[in-house]
Design a protein around this ligand. Structure first.
Ligand code: NAD
Length: 296
């Protein structure tokens, strides 16, 4: 494992959900001090439990020593108070995919972080240029889009806003390398590269279900065995979170003004029902029993 990038010692992570806890995990393993925030202590406790379990999995696979696991855990501090980000050199926002919420977080962050700190968002689709405008440092603002599950997936998309300066970009490129990951550089257009291609495919799978072309089982089986995808699109949608998938379709639809990106009404219905996938126990599959059971 490489060493932390000089000048970046403490990394703040806002939001301790499935992405935030993964981001905290990989930075702590790479030797950075991490401050991770969420709205409630319970969510932080749950995140620490997930991180502990995921680190243990790496120990079991001989990817990490028991000592390194303990050291990584000791480097992560949970907080419900953004004021604790006062010593961060870099802050990565990983709260829900809602532009107004992200902007509120960045407005609050600039009040507490040092002037030198780089601000970044793990947004899946929202304009980096637009998010940067609410800060006092659009030149030190970037998109850093991790893939789920963060400790496992190699790729990180790096997105410059219109004002991002070269030193910031180079530091973030070095940060990605220090995590043992590969960067793909994307321009700041709705959903960047990965989700511009992936999420419309998921939306099309939901239309295929909505129109009765296939069942949940047959659609996922067709795509797994027919195209060699490791997960079917509906299984993957549940894994990503159906609220996140819908939010990305809305960003594509609004941002590119093309009706080919209209979200499937069935996806909207699942989100309205609170059936958001794995994280809520039910989506296109029901995860509350021993085995996932299709919900249609
Ligand atoms: P999630 O719902 O699992 O987690 C979001 C967390 O943010 C929650 O714990 C919530 O309590 C917390 N939060 C909300 N407002 C907050 C605030 N003001 N301060 C601190 N914490 C706050 O969502 P997720 O799947 O982790 O997604 C987070 C971000 O990462 C989104 O922008 C999403 O688009 C992006 N992303 C998601 C995936 C994926 O596969 N799920 C992949 C890449 C990027």
């Amino acid at each position: 494992m490489s060493t932390p990038v000089p000048g970046i010692e403490t990394v703040g992570v806002v939001g301790a959900g499935q992405m935030g806890n993964g981001i905290a995990h990989v930075f702590a393993v790479a030797g950075y001090d991490v401050v991770m925030s969420d709205l409630e202590q319970e969510r932080l406790d749950a995140a620490m439990e997930v991180i502990d379990g995921n680190l243990q999995r790496q120990v079991n696979r001989d990817l990490l020593s028991v000592e390194d696991k303990a050291a990584a855990l000791s480097r992560i501090k949970g907080t419900t108070d953004l004021a604790d980000f006062g010593s961060c050199d870099l802050v990565i926002e990983a709260a829900a995919e809602v532009e107004a919420l992200k902007k509120d977080i960045f407005r609050a962050l600039v009040e507490v972080v040092p002037e030198r700190a780089i601000l970044a968002s793990n947004t899946s689709s929202i304009s980096i240029t637009r998010l940067a405008t609410v800060t006092d440092r659009p030149e030190r603002f970037m998109g850093i889009h991790f893939m789920n599950p963060v400790p496992v997936m190699k790729l990180v998309e790096l997105i410059r806003g219109i004002a991002t300066d070269e030193p910031t970009f180079e530091i973030m490129r070095a940060v990605v390398a220090s995590l043992g990951k590969e960067a793909a550089i994307a321009e700041d257009f709705p959903a960047f590269i990965v989700n511009r291609i992936l999420v419309p495919m998921i939306n099309e799978a939901v239309y295929t279900l909505y129109e009765g072309v296939g069942t949940v089982e047959s659609i996922d089986k067709a795509m797994k065995l027919g195209t060699n995808h490791p997960m079917g699109p509906l299984e993957l949608a549940d894994f990503i979170g159906l609220d996140t998938c819908l939010a990305i379709m809305n960003v594509l639809h609004d941002g590119l003004a093309d009706t080919k990106y209209r979200p499937c009404p069935l996806l909207v219905k699942y989100v309205e029902a609170g059936w958001l996938g794995r994280k809520t126990g039910r989506g296109f599959y029901d995860y509350r029993g021993e085995e996932p059971v299709p919900t249609r």
